[in-house]
Ligand binder design. Structure first.
Ligand code: SF4
Ligand code: SF4
Length: 112
């Protein structure tokens, strides 16, 4: 499968919400909702687990739909933050403190 990367450097094609949506797998939606509810301390329902990926048309998981970095990348007309002339800005640097793997992904894109 082609690797799909979000604006902020997450791998959408590996994301449970993306996989559950593409495979229309209600069991995976349920498992993902339970897992993410526990991890994020939120009440996420299996019906919330629908996403076609960050920069792709169509349905998006609510958190990613409201993401500042996604909105900024669209405004800057870049595929992801690694392709932005201001990378790494303060917003994405703050995000990396919680998600260091995303930095590895975007640093590599910036180098290429
Ligand atoms: S945009 Fe969708 S597929 Fe990508 S990380 Fe967010 S929830 Fe997962
Ligand atoms: S300014 Fe920051 S958040 Fe916006 S696209 Fe560039 S790197 Fe991403």
């Amino acid at each position: 499968m082609e690797k799909i990367i979000s604006a902020c450097g997450l791998i959408c094609s590996d994301c449970l919400a993306y996989r559950a949506t593409q495979e229309n797998d209600d069991n995976l939606r349920k498992q993902t909702a339970e897992l993410w509810s526990n991890i994020y301390g939120a009440n996420i329902l299996s019906t919330d687990i629908n996403c076609n990926g960050c920069m792709t048309d169509g349905v998006k998981f609510s958190h990613c739909d409201e993401c500042d970095m996604r909105e900024c990348a669209i405004a800057e007309d870049v595929e992801n933050c690694g392709k932005c002339r201001d990378y790494p800005c303060q917003t994405i640097s703050d995000f990396f403190e919680n998600v260091p793997d995303a930095k590895l992904v975007l640093d590599k894109i910036k180098e290429d």
